[in-house]
Design a protein around this ligand. Structure first.
Ligand code: DCP
Ligand code: MG
Length: 587
C-alpha cells in the first residue's frame, strides 16, 4: 500500500485534517463498531434458531426472534447515529480543506500564477478536493468498521470451530496480496488520470475565456480537436484504470467465495458426522457471507485511499507552495509620507537567471507625474509592478518615502498604491461594488466622488440601474473605455498616495481618451503618478518622461528635452501610436 515516503507523508498529513474532529471520529467509530457487533450477535442468534429447530425446542423461538429484532433495532439506531455524526464531520472536513486551499490561493504571489495554468489550479480546487473529501469524511470510519468486523467474525468463528475457521481465514493472505497489487498498479495510473483531467480543464477554460480569439480566427475546429485529443488521453487512461478495476474488484470478491465453497464441503461433512451442530453450520455460512463485504470493501478502501492520496499530493503542492511575497517578520505599516519613490540599483527578472530590468536607479519626486515610455517589452509594466511588491527585486531596492517596500506590511503598502492595469478586471457585481472593492466601507458619496474624478459618473448614471447595475458575466457589458474609467474610480476610492496607470488609455478612442485624461488630471492631484503611456496626449499630462529601453533607463526629461536628444522617444514618436494620436489631435 505504501510506496514512497512522500506518499506516506501525504497520507499522514491528510489524516491530520481530522485532528479537530477527534471526538466525533471516536464516537462515529464506536457507533460503527457497535452496529457491527449487533450484527454479529444477531447472526450468531440466527444459528441458535437453527439449533432450536433442530432440537425441537420451539418454546425458545419467540425469545430468539425478539432478541434478533432487538439487536436489529440497536444496529439501525447506531447506524443512524454514525451517519448523522460522521456525515456532518465529513462536510466539516471538506469545508476545512477547501478553506485551506483557497486561503492559500489568494495569498500566492503573481509569480505563482505566472507559472501555473488556471485549469490546473481549478481542477485542484475542485476535482482533487472531491477525491479527498469522501475518503477523509468516511474512509477512516469505514476502515475501522471493516477491520472490527473482520476481527470480530474471525474471533467468533474460531470459537465455534477452529479447523473450519482456519479454512476460512486461509484465503485472507491471497486477498491481501491481490488488494495490494491492485492499489500498487492503480495509484500511478489514477494520478495520471487526474493530471490529464486538469489538462482538459485547462483547454476548456482557455477556450471559454479566450472565446473571442478562437472565433475571430475561426479556430473552433482546431480547438475542438485539441480538446478531443486531451479528452481522449483521459479516456484512454480511464479505460486502462477501468480494466484494472474490472479485473481486480471481482477477484477481490471471488476469493472469499472459494473459502465459502470449502466451508460448505468440509462443514457439511462435519454436520453429517455429528461433529458440528446444524446451528454452527448455519452460523459459519452466515458469518462468511458477513466477511465478504468488509474484505471486499477493504480492497476498495485501499483504492480509495490511493486516489485520495494522489489528490492530496496535488492539493498539498498548492498548500506547500512558498509565499514568495509575504510580510517579512517584524514588518511595520508604511509610515505616512508624500509618496517619493526610489529605485536603487534594481535588477529584476521573472526568472532570476534572465533579468528584464538592469541596474535601475530612478528617483520619482513626490506628487509629480511621470510618464514611462518605451518599446513593447522594454520593462515598463515590470518596473511599475515592483512598487506595490507584486514581485521582489533580485538586487537593489525599491523604497517609498525612504522605506524599503520589503520592510512594510503588504496591506499597508498596497493601500497606498492604486494600480490600473493594462486590461482591468471587473467583477461580476454592481458598479458600486466594483468601485468600492478596495474599501468595502466606502460611503455612497465616496463612490460617486471617485466615479466623478474618473469621469465615469456620467455614463454610470445612464445605466439602467445607475450604480446598482450589475456588470460583467451576470450583467451588462461595458465598453473598454467604460471599464477603464470604472477601474480608475476603483483605484481612486482608496485615496492612494501613489497612482500607477498602465496604458490606461490605449484601448479607447480619442474622445473618450480626452475625457479620461480630464479625469486623470483631477485624480493625479497630490499623488505621485506613474503613467505608462503611448499617446502623446497622455504623455503631455506628465511633468517628466522616463524612457526605458531593454530594461534600462536610457533617458529622462521633459518632452522638449527628449524630442531633441532621445532616439527611442523620437522613434516611438515617428512610428507608434504617439504620432497617430498626435495627428488626430492636431486635426
Ligand atoms: N515578462 C515575463 N513574465 C511576465 C511578464 C513579462 O517574462 N509575467 C517579460 C516579457 C518582456 C519583459 O518581461 O521581455 C518585460 O515585460 P513588460 O511587461 O514589463 O514590458 P512592457 O510593459 O514594457 O511592454 P508593453 O508595452 O508591451 O506592455
Ligand atoms: Mg506593459
Amino acid at each position: 500500500m505504501v510506496e514512497t515516503p512522500r506518499y506516506r507523508t501525504t497520507f499522514v498529513r491528510l489524516i491530520g485534517f481530522l485532528r479537530p474532529y477527534k471526538l466525533s471520529m471516536g464516537i462515529s467509530i464506536v457507533l460503527a463498531v457497535g452496529s457491527q457487533a449487533a450484527g454479529i450477535a444477531g447472526t450468531f442468534l440466527a444459528g441458535s434458531v437453527a439449533d432450536a429447530l433442530h432440537h425441537r425446542e420451539h418454546h425458545l423461538l419467540p425469545w430468539l426472534v425478539a432478541a434478533i429484532l432487538a439487536l436489529g433495532v440497536v444496529r439501525a439506531a447506531t447506524m443512524a447515529g454514525r451517519r448523522l455524526i460522521a456525515g456532518k464531520q465529513a462536510l466539516a472536513v471538506e469545508l476545512d480543506m477547501r478553506t485551506a486551499v483557497y486561503a492559500k490561493l489568494v495569498r500566492l504571489s503573481f509569480g505563482f500564477y505566472d507559472r501555473h495554468q488556471t485549469g490546473q489550479l481549478m481542477s485542484r480546487a475542485t476535482v482533487d478536493l472531491q477525491g479527498v473529501r469522501f475518503f477523509l469524511g468516511y474512509g477512516l470510519i469505514f476502515f475501522f468498521q471493516h477491520i472490527f468486523t473482520i476481527a470480530g467474525v474471525a474471533l467468533v468463528v474460531f470459537f465455534i470451530d477452529w479447523k473450519l475457521a482456519l479454512i476460512s481465514i486461509a484465503i485472507s493472505p491471497a486477498l491481501i496480496a491481490v488488494a495490494y497489487r491492485y492499489s500498487h498498479v492503480s495509484h500511478p495510473l489514477l494520478r495520471d488520470v487526474q493530471q490529464k483531467m486538469a489538462d482538459v480543464a485547462t483547454v476548456a477554460e482557455e477556450n471559454i475565456v479566450g472565446v473571442h480569439v478562437v472565433k475571430s480566427f475561426a479556430q473552433e475546429g482546431a480547438e475542438q480537436t485539441k480538446f478531443e485529443h486531451r479528452s481522449e488521453a483521459v479516456f484512454g487512461l480511464s479505460v486502462k484504470a477501468n480494466r484494472q478495476r474490472a479485473f481486480y474488484v471481482p477477484m477481490l470478491s471471488f476469493l472469499p467465495l472459494l473459502a465459502q465453497a470449502a466451508i460448505l464441503v468440509v462443514g457439511g461433512r462435519m454436520v453429517a458426522h455429528g461433529s458440528l451442530s446444524v446451528g454452527s453450520f448455519v452460523r459459519f455460512n452466515l458469518f462468511l457471507a458477513m466477511l465478504v463485504m468488509p474484505l471486499r470493501s477493504l480492497g476498495m478502501w485501499i483504492g480509495q485511499a490511493q486516489r485520495a492520496t494522489a489528490s492530496g499530493e496535488r492539493i498539498f503542492q498548492v498548500i506547500d507552495e512558498p509565499e514568495e511575497i509575504s510580510d517579512t517578520p517584524g514588518a511595520h505599516d508604511l509610515p505616512a509620507g508624500s509618496g517619493r519613490i526610489a529605485f536603487e540599483s534594481v535588477t529584476f527578472g521573472y526568472d532570476a537567471a534572465r533579468p528584464v530590468l538592469h541596474d535601475i536607479d530612478l528617483e520619482l519626486e513626490a506628487g509629480k507625474v511621470v510618464a514611462l515610455i518605451g518599446h513593447t517589452g522594454a520593462g515598463k509594466t515590470s518596473l511599475a509592478s515592483l512598487i506595490p511588491r507584486f514581485y521582489d527585486v533580485q538586487h537593489g531596492s525599491v523604497s517609498i518615502d525612504g522605506v524599503d517596500v520589503r520592510e512594510v506590511t503588504l496591506a499597508s503598502l498596497r493601500r497606498e498604491i492604486g494600480v490600473i492595469a493594462q486590461d482591468p478586471f471587473l467583477f461580476s457585481a454592481t458598479v458600486r461594488e466594483n468601485i468600492a472593492f478596495g474599501r468595502p466601507d466606502a460611503t455612497d458619496e465616496d463612490v460617486v466622488r471617485a466615479a466623478h474624478l474618473a469621469q465615469a459618473s456620467e455614463f454610470i448614471e445612464t445605466l439602467p440601474e445607475g450604480y446598482d447595475t450589475v456588470i460583467g458575466e451576470r450583467g451588462i457589458t461595458l465598453s473598454g473605455g467604460q471599464r477603464q474609467r470604472v477601474a480608475i474610480a476603483r483605484a481612486l476610492v482608496v485615496d492612494p498616495r501613489i497612482l500607477i496607470l498602465d496604458d490606461a488609455t490605449a484601448s479607447v478612442d480619442a474622445t473618450t481618451e480626452a475625457k479620461i485624461r480630464e479625469g486623470l488630471r483631477e485624480a493625479m492631484r497630490d499623488r505621485t503618478t506613474i503613467i505608462i503611456a503611448h499617446r502623446l496626449s497622455t504623455i503631455a499630462l506628465a511633468d517628466e518622461i522616463v524612457v526605458l529601453d531593454d530594461g534600462r533607463v536610457v533617458a529622462r526629461g521633459t518632452q522638449e528635452d527628449l524630442a531633441e536628444s532621445n532616439d527611442v522617444y523620437r522613434e516611438i514618436h515617428e512610428h507608434g501610436m504617439l504620432e497617430r494620436v498626435f495627428t488626430e489631435e492636431v486635426a
